[in-house]
Design a protein around this ligand. Structure first.
Ligand code: NAD
Ligand code: DAU
Length: 338
């Protein structure tokens, strides 16, 4: 079995590469990644010498490059993680989100069609459903919830999802889509809430919470997401969408307080800053379908996952210090003010 993993130098793709090489030592994994600001080869350092792993630097939206790659390798499955993934950056500069997230997905699927109708899995997000109100805890996103996006990021992911489903209906391409809630865990780029707060709190820096901090996200440990994708690519029904989430809703302010408590730091570090434009209020996934069809349930309790994650950031400071010392510093200053 040979699997193309795009975006494997990023957070979830990187965790997926490690997960798959461990679980299936006989599989060949090829990683295609453009190494944008979010891609880090150090995430893949421990597998670079593994003969079952190949890294290729390239852009999923570059159709000549991708076609050449498909000529060189006979892939059995393509799993597309590659994306521009940060909502705040999509508000600053939407264009690249359209190119990578929509055009890139189209290029990959055209190559899947051309090279033997290859099985394609799209890693999508619960953000395509828009948001839910705080005062209706009974409401959850199901696979039938209408697409109703808020940000250029989520709109580009929704555009890609619709394209994927159209390739199934029009061309019979064997596709599946997973729509997952917020992930956390090792190798998470420190522009996102949990790693941002951990890495700043370690050094007693202010913690920028948007608005009143009451927005809710449904957190899932990244390994549980990898296991869900593993099940879908092996046993999922072609043409189907699967929601993936942990029934683990927490407000942003509670998340920040949990991190501070775990690190033994003062809540005085919390600084309320201007709200995100178009900020989604609440996400919450109903994972009934993936449980009924594939037997998937989250295995990592939040209290254990967050402890493991904080320990990982404490023990792997070289990984994230290199990131925050470079171009990222300019982004942080521009985004949050000096
Ligand atoms: P990330 O930003 O950490 O990683 C993205 C990776 O894609 C990087 O390695 C980057 O270099 C690569 N990439 C970007 N543009 C590319 C291009 N044009 N060609 C090739 N590679 C390119 O993202 P992540 O958080 O790991 O998210 C991975 C996927 O999962 C994304 O599709 C995202 O929409 C989806 N998702 C993320 C979450 C989450 O909580 N992080 C939740 C649900 C779904
Ligand atoms: O739900 C899945 C999505 O989760 C993925 O599709 C996205 O790729 C991923 O980035 C994530 O999107 P969010 O916008 O939910 O994640 P982020 O970590 O950026 O923000 C989480 C919450 O924390 C959100 O309500 C905004 C808030 N926040 C974020 C940052 C960066 C703050 O309060 N302060 C911050 O500095």
């Amino acid at each position: 079995m040979k699997i193309l993993v795009t975006g494997g130098a990023g957070f979830i793709g990187g965790n997926f590469v490690h997960y798959m090489l461990n679980k299936y030592p006989n599989y060949d994994i090829v990683c295609l990644d453009k190494l944008t600001y979010a891609g880090n080869l150090s995430t893949l350092k421990s597998v670079m010498d593994n003969p079952k792993f190949t890294f290729c630097k390239g852009d999923i939206a570059d159709k000549n490059y991708v076609d050449k790659l498909f000529c060189e390798h006979k892939f059995d499955i393509v799993v597309n993680f590659a994306a521009e993934s940060h909502v705040d950056r999509s508000i600053e500069n939407p264009q690249i989100f359209l190119i990578t997230n929509v055009v890139g997905t189209g290029v990959l699927m055209d190559c899947c069609r051309k090279h033997g109708n290859i099985r394609f899995h799209q890693v999508s997000t619960d953000e395509v459903y828009g948001d839910l109100p705080l005062d209706r805890p009974d409401l959850l996103f199901t696979e039938n919830t209408p697409i109703h996006t808020s940000s250029p990021y989520s709109s580009s992911k929704a555009g890609a999802d619709l394209l994927v489903l159209s390739y199934f209906r029009t061309f019979g391409l064997p596709v599946t889509i997973s729509r997952c809630s917020n992930n956390y865990g090792p190798y998470h780029f420190p522009e996102k809430l949990i790693p941002l707060m951990i890495t700043r709190a370690i050094y007693d820096k202010s913690l920028p919470v948007y608005g009143n901090g009451l927005n809710v996200r449904d957190w899932l440990y990244v390994e549980d997401h990898c296991r869900a994708i593993d099940l879908i690519i092996h046993n999922g029904k072609i043409g189907e969408v699967y929601n993936v989430g942990g029934h683990n809703e927490k407000s942003n302010i509670d998340i920040v307080k949990i991190i501070l408590k775990q690190l033994g730091k003062s809540e005085d570090l919390i600084t309320f800053v201007e709200d995100r434009k178009g900020h989604d209020m609440r996400y919450a996934i109903d994972p009934t379908k993936i449980y009924n069809d594939l037997g998937w349930l989250p295995e990592t309790k939040f209290e254990d996952g967050i402890k493991k994650t904080i320990e990982w950031y404490l023990e792997n400071q070289d990984w994230w210090k290199e990131i925050i010392s470079g171009e990222y510093k300019n982004y942080y200053d521009k985004m949050y003010g000096k």
